[in-house]
Design a protein around this ligand. Structure first.
Ligand SMILES: Nc1nc2c(ncn2[C@@H]2O[C@H](COP(=O)(O)OP(=O)(O)OP(=O)(O)O)[C@@H](O)[C@H]2O)c(=O)[nH]1
Ligand SMILES: [Mg+2]
Length: 352
């Protein structure tokens, strides 16, 4: 699972990237052209528990790769995306928009004033326009070929939707249309979460920046944090972190909380595989069919899919072992179209 971190210049993207991944990428470089990339493990007590039971050779957590995008130097300060960024974002499955709500004289906002609601609207618009350009090109092409088919109708709907100032993620699609759009990797269709980056003294007060209301208006999930402080904490030696957090009244380790929240808010779930060689969590989007989940492990398993032997994590733990879970009738055989649930322990039967 790959997540892109986007936002206006100097909104604290790299700072938050560092605090999430424990990296030490340079902050305040004002548009360094290097994207920062790091992989983190998603904390998951279910994996720890399954590993105690199976004593596997290998224990593998779900992973999220964060890509920290840097806006190009010298470009329009209202913009966050350039060809390099667009290229990187093609392959991300979800987006975190870092919205600046902190004030800093040494590192001023590129638009001079701190106005999170404006920034959210700006970036939404940028994503929509980026998609609209692709849609229009495609429509031109289809018209030239006199193809007034289903795709043509779908593209026209996309155009209308985008032109009315809405992102594609809010456009209802049936599974066939979903498939038809997949190849375009539309940015405004990717799940997006807002991360409000606050001054330390304002975090926790009642919606100081209006982010709550804009998030609600646009139907976007949203969290608040203080990037600068989180980064400081993460870069401390582990044994000093808690004392520092207590001193600042920061509460529990918010890095893990952020990761789990991001995971949920972005509509991600894990299915599990368990055996002696490996206990492992795999990331999928909520609503994924069993046959597509199989493809996350290997395309052969997807191609040759027969059935998925399925047991819910809680049922498995309650039964105590796979044999007992079977005895109790908790292990089901599911077909291709079964919608995989968070925590399903799956064993795929396939034939290639
Ligand atoms: N006070 C305060 N300053 C912050 C916070 N987060 C980031 N900063 C400062 O803001 C400046 C920009 O932070 P970066 O993390 O480099 O921002 P960015 O979005 O990656 O910037 P670009 O990559 O240049 O677009 C730095 O000087 C940070 O120290 C915060 O939560 N509070
Ligand atoms: Mg940066």
């Amino acid at each position: 699972m790959r997540v892109g971190i986007i936002g206006l210049a100097r909104s604290g993207k790299t700072t938050i990237f560092n605090s999430l991944t424990g990296s030490h990428a340079e902050v305040g470089t004002f548009g360094s052209r290097e994207a920062n990339i790091a992989v983190i493990k998603v904390p998951d007590p279910r994996i720890d528990r399954l590993a105690e039971i199976y004593k596997p050779k290998k224990k593998t957590y779900a992973e999220i790769e964060f890509v920290d995008i840097a806006p190009a130097e010298g470009q329009d300060p209202h913009k966050t995306l350039d060809p390099t960024a667009l290229n990187l974002l093609k392959n991300v499955e979800a987006l975190v928009h870092v919205v600046r709500a902190f004030h800093s004289e040494t590192s001023p906002h590129p638009l001079d004033t701190v106005d999170p609601v404006r920034d959210v609207r700006l970036l939404e618009e940028e994503l929509q326009i980026t998609d609209l350009i692709i849609v229009e090109k495609r429509l031109e092409r289809l018209e030239k070929e006199h193809r007034h088919d289903k795709e043509y109708e779908l593209m026209k709907r996309c155009r209308e939707h985008l032109e009315s100032g809405k992102s594609l993620r809010s456009m209802p699609l049936d599974p066939q249309e979903e498939m038809a759009l997949r190849g375009f990797t539309f940015l405004s269709q990717k799940p997006l979460m807002l991360a409000g980056n606050y001054d330390e003294n304002r975090i926790g007060s009642e919606d100081p920046a209006g982010l709550n209301s804009i998030a609600n208006e646009l139907g976007l999930p949203h969290i608040d944090l203080c990037g600068a402080m989180e980064m400081e904490v993460v870069q401390l030696p582990e044994e000093e972190r808690q004392a520092f957090r207590d001193e600042l009244g920061l509460g529990e380790e918010s890095r893990n909380l952020f990761i789990r929240t991001a995971y949920e808010l972005l509509g991600l779930i894990s299915f599990l595989t368990a055996g002696e060689p490996e206990v492992r969590a795999w990331t999928i989007r909520r609503g994924t069919r069993a046959v597509d989940a199989a493809g996350v492990i290997h395309s052969d398993i997807q191609r040759g899919f027969i059935r998925a032997e399925t047991v819910a994590y809680a049922d498995f733990i309650e039964a105590g072992s796979m044999a007992k879970a079977k005895e109790k009738g908790k292990v089901r055989l599911e077909g291709k179209d079964y919608i995989v649930q968070d925590g399903d322990i799956l064993l795929f039967r396939f034939n290639v």
